[in-house]
Design a protein around this ligand. Sequence first.
Ligand SMILES: [Zn+2]
Length: 407
Amino acid sequence: MQVKGDRLWSDLMTLAQIGAGVAGGNNRMALTDADRDAKALFAHWCREAGLTVTVDAMGNTFGRMEGLDPSLPPVFAGSHLDTQESGGRFDGPLGVLAALEAVRAIKDAGITPRRAIEVVNWTNEEGCRFSPGLMGSAVFAGTLPLEQAHAVTDRAGRTVGAELDRLGWKGAAPMGGRPVDAYFELHIEQGPLLEQAGVTIGAVTQSCHSAFTDAICHGETSHIQSTPMPQRRNALWGAARLIDAIERAGYAHAPDGTASSVVIDAWPNNRIVLPSRAMFSYGVMHLEEAGVQSMISAIDAAAEAIAAETGLRFEIALRRIRKPFHFAEELVALTETVAHDLGHSVMRMRTRPGHDAFNMVALCPTMLIFVPCRDGLSHNEAEWCAPEHCTAGAAVLAEAVLRRANR
Ligand SMILES: [Zn+2]
């Protein structure tokens, strides 16, 4: 069996023409017209490869290659085709299109595996338009109720359910609830470790400890020109100071830990009024639980000190704290063996970003495989995965999926 790297590369570059960004990458947010077109092209390529395509009520799309024993649970391989607003060509598409290429290579070699293989495109992995991310796989895995997912709105008030209807991608296939033998996801690392180590394949063992937090700084509206300085309660100033403290907490815990603020919104947000409210979010992540706790404590202490000095008030709500997800040791070992057999360097590592694979851990043995991306850059239009790394990742994915499917 031989994956065709040029066929995979051609698919990646063709897909990138849909929802092209402004700087060579992609802006193909979930359930936009561009996302619909990407879903349609993927389904077309699946049918062209002889796969049976089904779509569930989240728009998750499955291309099935039947196995010798259709009664056995299938092996899944996939990822997502939606991107961030400032997205690249590889974050997500590589995992979907490499899985498709894997199935083509298996077919080209005249092999019918014992178990069926299904290539999956999960809906709304990125979570930038509709929060939370990893949405389609969460509903499939039963951790997020379908009605709740359908009711999620974007900033314009449109719901996931209505957009699925509008785009014609609310399918009739059963929503999860069926046994899966194993799930494989190939992804760019979105960090610099593989590149720095000069290693081609990352066998991901687990994720990290993380927390996401929403913060509001409360002040008082007043005139920007006439209010004496000691009387000002400018919420934006408080937010700015805490945002600085959050970034510093990240630096103090590097390289094992990271912390940064994202998203800011002030009210009333005009040039003549000091804002009474500034809202922002921040995320912290660390290899160890104690590291996350230490950063949260440092940020809380900074908020207290800033409040005492400025007369502002902080409201800090921990939105989510997440322990690591662990991938199946048997599949980590399988990935290492396959990489060695194919002559690729491999190392065990952890993932910092979240992936649909996290949701699949609850359902079946799950594996996340990384390949390097240039400078570790992702969620940026310049994101780049070298053709030889795409090919190597696809080859390892194909061989691992085939061995698992023949089990
Ligand atoms: Zn991704």
